[in-house]
Every structure is written in structure tokens, then in C-alpha cells.
Design a binder for this molecule. Structure first.
Ligand code: VGL
Ligand code: ZN
Length: 207
């Protein structure tokens, strides 16, 4: 069975010192780099927002981490992050991109956020990633990267809905954990739905 590694949002803004820093976000890079050779394809994703994006608290005169209702539903508000073309949106410099054949950029529309790297939060706008993977005959996906409880969680769920076998490599992920307990809730949800949660990355037994 052909399998792909999906490296999620290992960008400066999600690493220590970044605008939306995830604790230990940079600690996972070495294990991600070591994983790439074990897959038929490696895809990297990038959160890639226009300035003034709908997920930015400042645009609504609110504070980061509040929640509001917008056209597409409930929206968490974040500090400005991963603005297109800025250093914060760049991949972390230590991430080895040599094996990456495709980079998917998501959250590119001013009025729609996107946690999933398949379907944006309006649940209609496609990134096109599943056509690529399907077209290559890939059936099994492994997720790693940032953040466990947002982009990894939502992407893994969509992958499952689209009929892929799905695993999440926990030691190669870190989460935001906002609100508190969010990582544990995300893990329980993924497990309950049949997503394989894998602890070590040394020699993962993939689905
Ligand atoms: C993400 C919050 C806002 C993520 C992206 O990559 O998990 N989280 N934008
Ligand atoms: Zn974002």
C-alpha cells in the first residue's frame, strides 16, 4: 500500500519565538527529517493567510483566543500569524524539504480559515490535496507537525472521511492546547474514530 507523510505547518510562527508559538514546536523537526525516507511521497503544508485574515483577532477588535461566530461558523481568534510572504510564514530553517514533492497552502482566502489541509472551514473550499494523493494511488497517510489539536486533528479527520487509512505520529507533533485540555480532547476524538495514534517514530508500524 502506498503511503504519504503529511508534514503540517512546521513554520516559524508556530515555533518558539513565533507569533502563535506552540510549546516545543521546534523539537519535532529532527524526527520529521528522519521520517521522510520511509514514505512514497512527502507533502508539506503551510498556513498562508492574507493580511487582515478573518482568523486574526485584531480584525474584529477582539483579543486572541476569544471565539466568535462568523459566516462559516464558530471561529477561534488568533494573533496575526503566517501572513503570506513574511518570515513567520516560512518553514523553519531546520526542516529538510528535499523529499517534499508538493506544498499545500491553506487559509489563503480572506474570509475563510482552514485547519484542515483538505477542506477549508466553510467545508466546501478544497485545497485539492486529495486529488493529488488519489491520483498517485496513495491509500495511507501519516500526519506529523503543528498543531496536534488544530491542523493535524482536522486534517486527519478529513483524510479519514475521504477514505484514507490514517495515522498520527504523536512524538512528531506538538499542540496549542487552547482552550486547556484541547490536546487530550483531540487525541480522544481521533482515537475514537479509528485514527491510529503512534508514539515512537523510530520505526512506526504504519496502517
Ligand atoms: C493552526 C491555529 C491557527 C495550525 C493554524 O496550524 O494548527 N492553528 N492557524
Ligand atoms: Zn492560521
Amino acid at each position: 500500500m502506498k503511503k504519504a507523510l503529511i508534514i503540517t505547518d512546521v513554520q516559524n510562527d508556530f515555533c518558539p519565538g513565533g507569533a502563535l508559538a506552540v510549546a516545543g514546536g521546534d523539537e519535532i523537526i529532527a524526527s520529521i527529517n528522519a521520517l521522510s525516507q520511509k514514505f512514497d511521497r512527502v507533502v508539506a503544508t503551510q498556513d498562508w493567510h492574507p493580511a487582515g485574515h478573518v482568523s486574526f483577532a485584531g480584525r474584529h477588535g477582539r483579543r486572541p483566543y476569544e471565539r466568535i461566530r462568523i459566516a462559516s461558523g464558530e471561529q477561534e481568534l488568533w494573533p496575526d500569524h503566517c501572513v503570506q510572504g513574511t518570515a513567520g510564514a516560512d518553514f523553519h530553517r531546520d526542516l529538510d524539504l528535499r523529499a517534499v514533492s508538493l506544498i499545500i497552502r491553506k487559509g489563503i482566502h480572506p474570509g475563510i480559515d482552514s485547519y484542515s489541509t483538505f477542506l477549508e472551514n466553510d467545508r466546501k473550499t478544497e485545497t485539492g490535496l486529495h486529488y493529488y494523493l488519489r491520483g498517485l494511488g496513495i491509500e495511507s497517510l501519516c500526519f506529523c507537525g503543528l498543531a496536534t489539536d488544530y491542523c493535524v486533528h482536522y486534517s486527519a479527520l478529513d483524510a479519514l472521511r475521504m477514505g484514507f487509512k490514517v495515522a498520527v505520529l504523536l512524538s512528531a507533533c506538538r499542540g496549542v492546547d487552547v482552550p486547556a485540555g484541547n490536546i487530550d480532547r483531540a487525541l480522544a476524538d481521533m482515537q475514537a474514530r479509528g485514527i491510529r495514534l503512534i508514539e515512537g517514530t523510530a520505526d512506526p508500524v504504519l496502517p
